[in-house]
Design a protein around this ligand. Structure first.
Ligand SMILES: O=C(O)CC1=CCC(=O)O1
Length: 262
């Protein structure tokens, strides 16, 4: 098991693939851990260095007291990548992971040469909505909201599969502190202006059934950066890397090839 001790927080991460290969870094969504990418990584080309991590309050990383700020979450991965000696990675971020991707790209262009913004936006939801969610989860646990969350995460057919139950388990076992900590970080984030200034290769990915960050919202952010590409995955909700891993890996592979990362 790999743990990076960053002083105020210890982060759990995995560093797979070719240690000398071009790095690709993956950041997970709210309420999920690095297993989010389990089905995609084996389908990517050989020769890449594949790094993923559990953000603060999630998975096996430390769960520090809420609330968190987006600045803290960006600084965590910045320090993790410095610790690992990573430069010029392709950063793939899903949902809050995609917000972290935007924040990191704006701050550290030496670390990020291209971004994949999956099921994310420069701004997700309104502060009132996040305040309601934080209150509901603090009072009733994640189970209080699991139904609507899982409906946003997955398309109806997927919710009838045995695999669905495992993802539900991941969600409801998520520590409340880490969950509401990250809700606060999302609530306080509006990256429209900084993201508009980015000039780097960018691929946007959306899921046709995504109830959290619908395709039009993802597209709006992707279009802030001239020359960006956009791909809609059908028959998938907020987590297309889970529902359609083959297509997800294919789109990502094509992008990595186009920008000469493989
Ligand atoms: O729970 C949701 O609505 C999905 C989600 C929003 C931000 C994130 O990271 O996941």
């Amino acid at each position: 098991m790999k743990i990076a001790d960053l002083g105020d927080v210890k982060l759990h991460y995995r560093d797979d693939g070719d240690p000398a290969g071009a790095p690709v870094v993956f950041a997970n969504s709210l309420g999920t851990d690095l297993r989010l990418w389990d089905q995609v990584l084996p389908l990517l080309p050989q020769g890449l260095r594949l790094i993923r991590y559990d953000k603060r309050g999630h998975g096996l990383s430390d769960c520090t007291p809420a609330p968190y700020s987006m600045g803290t979450l960006v600084r965590d991965v910045e320090r993790l990548l410095d610790h690992l000696g990573v430069k010029e990675c392709v950063f793939v971020g899903l949902s809050i992971g995609g917000m972290i991707a935007q924040g990191l790209a704006v701050k550290r262009l030496d670390l990020v040469r291209a971004v994949v913004l999956s099921n994310t936006a420069a701004k997700i939801g309104q502060p009132e909505m996040w305040a309601d969610r934080i209150k509901a989860v603090n009072e009733g646990g994640i189970e209080a909201l699991e139904g609507p969350i899982l409906e946003r995460w997955f398309s109806k057919p997927f919710r009838d599969t045995p695999e669905f139950q495992a993802w539900r388990n991941m969600l409801v076992r998520q520590p409340v502190e880490g969950y509401v900590g990250c809700c606060a970080a999302i609530s306080g984030t509006d990256f429209y202006t900084p993201t508009s200034g980015l000039r780097l290769p960018l691929l946007g990915i959306a899921g046709s059934e995504d109830g959290s960050t619908p395709p039009d919202l993802v597209r709006e952010t992707v279009d802030l950066v001239p020359g960006s590409k956009f791909h809609l995955i059908r028959k998938a909700g907020h987590l297309p890397c889970v529902e359609q891993p083959q297509e997800y890996a294919e789109i990502l592979t094509n992008f990595l090839k186009e920008i000469g990362h493989v």
